[in-house]
Design a protein around this ligand. Sequence first.
Ligand code: BGP
Length: 493
Amino acid sequence: MKFPGDFLWGGATAANQYEGGYAEGGKGLSTSDVMTNGAHMVPRRITWKLPDGTTGCTENRFGSKMEFPEGAVPCLLDGYYYPSHTATDFYHHYKEDIALMGEMGFRCFRMSINWTRLFPTGEEETPLEEGIRFYSDVFDECRKYGIEPLVTLSHYETPLSLSVKYNGWADRRVIDFFVRYARTCFEAFRGKVKYYLTFNEINAIDVIPFIGGGVMYYDDRVKAQAAHHQFMASALTVKAAHEMDPDVKVGMMLAYQPVYALTADPADQLFAMKQMDNTMFFSDVQMAGRYPDYKLAEYEQKGVQLQTEPDDFEILKTYPCDFLSFSCYGSTTVTTHTDVDHGEGNMFPNAVRNPYLQTNAWGWATDPQVLRIALNQLYNRYHKPLWVVENGIGWADVKEADGSVHDTYRIDYLRANIKSMRDAVNLDHIPLMGYTMWGCIDLVSAGTGEMRKRYGFVYVDRDDEGNGTLERSRKDSFFWYKKCIASDGEDLD
Ligand code: BGP
């Protein structure tokens, strides 16, 4: 069994975790630039200053609300380390990195554009030439190797100025700023970029609103409103893309993990179903073009009243996304029972440990069937093309003296996941556009801000305190993935 010859094999990154050059080319500050490093059990922090000069920081503790004091302005403070500032320096290494991707046989490279590299505050009328030039050069470099860029317009960063001035996506005016930015990209990168994603893991707005949308102050109503604004911005971006360039396709991006009930107890089954609804709500709006009844009922019960304009629902219906892309690292298991071990994973609260699955050092479970299950669930609901744009395993890799990295655990993970995806394509006939392994060149972890949680095929010499030469070296998985791509996914040995 193999994948079709035009399957888009590749890797994925995000500017805030990879690009660096945070103060170069006139770039403005993003929300991610004021986030410190953390560790598995140590939350990342957002540093700020009050009008009276008092300074402090707010923790991004997963699952609990972020509280900023009234009037706090996130800013850089001495004595803190901000990993996005250099990250793994794609800004100065892009030629070398894209050559490594070419060597592996990549047909696609997922990256994000830093909104503030084009519009430093998000509100300028015209973009910075230097920013346009940088990304143009990157796309030209990709083309040299026959690599198709897949560009995320907003990956966990909002211009900081929009966050301070408007409370980020909580304010409807941000829609227009975003659409102007998107239109600028369609115009500037015409013929160079065919595939775009609007918001990375759009469901993040509900779980981590500051990271997902620069929202500092929130309750249930504000989160719902911010989500609505992102939906509108995404639909208007699809509209703009289709009008400006019929070759461009715009996808949505969902953090997706199939939710399993720990037991056959019907209460657990219902609980798992409801957890799944929290995720599917976002794709129901962006792919099916309508707010699902279960969400409207929930809003009514919570007293959440959305502020909308008369054409909003018609716009959502008319401009759904062209394809559905998603991240999927494993499955999530939940239960209503209390005598169980807590679990961890990507973005999903309430997880418990699944006794059938193994986890990495950060508690994320590896599920060998997960992509087949996810692809079937999503395709059977929307009947639209799918794209796996994040999947992979974080590990504290060790580089040997000769530069080699023996990441057998990563090869084992990828073998199982790619096989599961191959079954979905061959046995279930799921139309799958491509696969971009997360963090193909080592980069900063979004959740912990660490370097030691590595995902790449390529090791980057950089540690958690910002030391290291940034030298690149090929891990064992580099050669394995190259062989996998060359055989169209048939050779997974
Ligand atoms: C997803 C994000 C990525 C990425 C990945 C791995 O949620 O879209 O930005 O970082 O998860 O997570 P982490 O970096 O926390 O290991």
